[in-house]
Write a protein that binds this ligand. Sequence first.
Ligand SMILES: *Cc1c(COP(=O)(O)O)cnc(C)c1O
Length: 392
Amino acid sequence: MISSVLPTYNRAPLSFVKGEGSWLVEADGRRFLDLGAGIAVNTLGHANPDLAQVLKDQADTLWHVSNLYRIPAQEALADRLVELTFADTCFFTNSGTEAAELAIKMARKYWYEKGHPEKTGIITFEGCFHGRSTGAIAASGSEKMVKGFGPLMPGFVHLPFGDWDSVADHVTDSSAAILIEPVQGEGGIRVVPDAALKTLRRICDEKGALLILDEVQCGVARTGRLFAHEYAGVTPDIMMIAKGIGGGFPLGAVLATEEAASGMTAGSHGSTYGGNPLGCAVGLRVLDIVSDPGFLAEVNRKGALLRQKLEGLTAAHPDLFEEVRGEGLMLGLKCRIAPADLVAKGYEAGLLTVPAADDTVRLLPALNISDDDISEAVARLEQAAAALSSSA
Ligand SMILES: *Cc1c(COP(=O)(O)O)cnc(C)c1O
C-alpha cells in the first residue's frame, strides 16, 4: 500500500524533533551535528533566536495579503538586494524552482519584446540542477529527472561541463540565454572557474544572449562572498536565489537588471504567496546579518579551517577520498567509494552530510557554525571514514 506521503524520496530513518544551531535532536534523543543545514538552507542554524523573534513579531502582525497590494517588508527586502547587487529589480518566489521558471520566462520575453521572437534557446551544462518543474527538468536534461515526463519544454541546449572554450560555437542567433550555477550543488560541488565565468559573460555580450546565474545553492554568503559570481568579477543579467535567503522559511527571488527585466510588464507574471510578509521579514534579517563584511570574513575563515581539516582527512584516507573542492562553506568530498556509504556511516557517528552527483558528499553547514563544531564534525567524519576503511 502506498504511504500517505507520496514516496518520491528514499528517506533516512531519522525523525528530528528539535533543532538548535548546528545540532538536531532525533525523536529518540540522539543528537546529530548537522553539516547539511537542510540542503544549504538554514544559513544561521536551526531555530535561530533572532530569526525566530522576527518571525514571531511578523506572525503577530500580518501574514499574508497577496500581491494585489504593496507589501512593505517585500519592498524593504527588494531595496536591500538592489543595493547589495548588480540588480535593479527583484521578484519574490517561494522556491528555487519558481525562480528558475521566471528566469527562463524573463529571458525569452526580453528578446520577444526586442523584436527577436526567434531567440528562445537556453544553454545549460551537464550536471546542472535548476529544480523539478517541467521547465527546470528540461533545462537539466538529466535522464533520471526527465524520464517519463515528456514531452519536454523545447529550446534547451545541453553542453558538457568544463569545455568552456567551445561554448561560443553553440551560441547562435536563436539563443536567448546561457544559464549556469557558478558552483554546481547537486552536480557535486563543481566550481566554474573565474576565467570560465568571464568567458561566458564575454560570449553573451558578443553574441547577444543574456547571462542567467543560478545562485539558489551557492548564493547568500555560502561561498564566503555574498554571491559566488563576485569572485569572478562579472555580473549576470538575471540571477536566481532561494535556499539560504530565507534561513529556513521558504523564500526565493529573481534579481535582474532593468534592461533584462524590461519585458516583464504588469500581468506578465505573478505569485499568490511570493514575497509574503512572513518570508520577507525573515529574509531581510538574514540578508542584514550575512551581508556584513565581518560575517563574510568569518565564513571565509571557517571555510578555510574546515577545508584544511578535510584535506587532512583526505590525505589520511586516499583509499576513500580523491579531493576536497568548493568555496567557503560550500565544500565537497569527492569519494572513491559510494557517497551514500559515507553519508550512512556519518549517521552512525551522529553526523549529517548530503550526497551529490559525481561521487561527492556535500558539507554545507550553517554559516555561523562554531570552530568547536567544525572540529567535532571532522572527528565524526574521521570515525565514519575509519569504519569504512576497516570494512573494505
Ligand atoms: C535547490 C536548487 C534549485 C531548486 O530549488 P527548490 O527550492 O528546491 O525549488 C534550483 N537550483 C539550484 C542550484 C538548487 O540548488
